[in-house]
Design a protein around this ligand. Structure first.
Ligand SMILES: Cc1ncc(COP(=O)(O)O)c(C=O)c1O
Length: 462
């Protein structure tokens, strides 16, 4: 007789590290958490949200629909506004994004989960950046999906390595199990890296090349969760010269850093459009791109509204799955976001948030320079919520390491970098890295937390 009624998934699902980290951060009042990717508390839009919710609930006629169930794919107005919002971010024209392809979800996390449900069976393979967003890895673990890592460089994945990984999987007969490549393309969680447009296009071309051998489409999942959190002003003034690897090569007038987006709309990217299309020859490939975004990071995680642009037949499949999950994201929250976008209060808020994160990142950068040993390599970002630190080889910062335990005893928490590496049998997980967030801590606590962490590191790093 079975000793448990749990399903294979129920038995298999491990405790996601995110739950432990959040719990620890919330239950130890003295602890300075530089771990969780919480957004800044002080700038959460309380006044704006109060005003907008008051507007929505000011009369039964407007308020009742907001308090009723809605449509599975999302509120029509918010889908339109989201399409327009993305057009603005892309610098594209009015027809660039079709609202029919936009799906509104309970955070982008739900969309990632449902997308994997729609394309993967147990034992399938997803290619991920090495390192990647560790909660995504938890979904893979839970759903019984295997992951293979692709090396990450300062401007995105290493395309030579991606091809090698695909070749190896072809050789072992496992290519038919590969369903997608997952990239966090802007100010990546955990490293802060932004993937250049050229690398995204290059990755897409490679996936397409291997499709025949795979026997089915291989998707590129572009997770743009941090896209709107670009620092204002930048931490470092970028150099005008083209980067090695040709991230900007050959395509004049196209700003890869701010419009480096591969959505199904590439065909209507404005300004330099023809050049982009011909230079990168990606026309016709974009039906392979799944774009996920969120209003959590730029507006409020407590409102938890995410969105995506999905190609067919995926849109229909995910819509049906969502029909079973919740048959629609909370209507009141969707109305809140719709009003924020419509009134311009959203843009106003995001402008404020970008300045605030730029300030906090600068405080952390200064503190890191002051307190961290000089032989710790720091990766700095152009936005987002994180710094990535690499300790000298041989010094472990992993969950079980002396560094992590001593930091915890000193009341400071970071995310051990090892959590961000997939279980990939073809390589060992580096243990000498850490993700450090300036998202939720106050400026004072950022200084204090980095001083504490620096003190810990100096005890273990010669
Ligand atoms: C890279 C990335 N993607 C997706 C999410 C999910 O965010 P949400 O579900 O709030 O939209 C997060 C949250 O931290 C993230 O870091």
């Amino acid at each position: 007789m079975k000793t448990s009624a749990l399903s294979a998934l129920g038995r298999r699902t491990a405790l996601p590290p995110i739950s432990w980290l959040m719990q620890t951060a919330l239950t130890r009042p003295k602890l300075i958490s530089l771990a969780a990717g919480f957004t800044d508390n002080a700038t959460l839009p309380v006044e704006i949200s109060r005003k907008l919710l008051n507007d929505i609930l000011r009369s039964p006629k407007i308020g009742r629909p907001a308090l009723q169930y809605g449509i599975t794919a999302g509120e029509t107005n918010l889908r339109k506004l989201t399409a327009r919002h993305l057009q603005k971010l892309d610098g594209a024209d009015d027809r660039a994004h079709s609202p029919e392809r936009v799906m509104i979800t309970g955070g982008s996390q739900q969309l990632l989960y449902m997308t994997l449900e729609a394309i993967c069976d147990e034992g399938d393979i997803i290619l991920v950046e090495d390192p990647t967003y560790f909660v995504f890895l938890s979904i893979l673990q839970s759903q019984g999906i295997r992951a293979r890592g692709v090396r990450l460089e300062r401007d995105g994945i290493n395309l030579v390595h991606l091809e090698k990984v695909l070749q190896r999987l072809k050789k072992t007969g496992e290519l038919r199990r590969v369903k997608a490549l997952y990239l966090v393309t802007y100010f990546q969680n955990p490293t802060g890296v932004t993937t250049s447009f050229a690398k995204k296009a290059g990755a897409l071309k490679l996936l397409k090349k291997f499709e025949r051998a795979a026997g089915h489409p291989i998707y590129l999942i572009e997770d743009a969760a941090y896209r709107e959190l670009r620092f204002d002003p930048p931490l470092t003034i970028p150099s005008p010269s083209p980067r090695p690897g040709g991230a900007r090569a050959g395509v004049r007038g196209f700003d890869f850093e701010t419009k480096g987006l591969l959505t199904p709309t590439l065909s209507s990217v404005g300004g330099g459009e023809g050049e982009v299309k011909s230079a990168l020859a990606v026309r016709g490939f974009t039906e392979r791109v799944i774009y996920t975004g969120t209003y959590s990071k730029p507006y409020a995680p407590g409102a938890r509204v995410g969105f995506g642009i999905l190609p067919e037949p995926l849109f229909t499949a995910v819509q049906r799955i969502k029909g079973n999950h919740d048959f629609g994201t909370a209507n009141l929250l969707q109305q809140l976001l719709a009003r924020a976008l419509e009134t311009g209060l959203y843009d106003m808020h995001v402008a404020r948030v970008r300045k605030n994160y730029a300030r906090k990142a600068r405080v952390m950068k200064q503190a890191l320079a002051e307190h961290f040993p000089a032989n710790v390599e720091i990766w700095e970002s152009g936005g987002g919520l994180y710094f990535w630190a690499r300790l000298p080889k041989g010094i472990s910062a992993g969950m079980k390491s002396k560094v992590f335990q001593t930091a915890l005893n000193t009341d400071v928490l970071y995310v051990p970098g090892e959590l961000c590496y997939a279980d990939d049998p073809s390589r060992a997980k580096p243990e000498n890295e850490m993700r450090i967030s300036f998202g939720s801590a106050s400026e004072g606590n950022i200084r204090k937390g980095i001083a504490r962490l620096g003190g810990v590191l100096k005890r273990f790093i010669p």
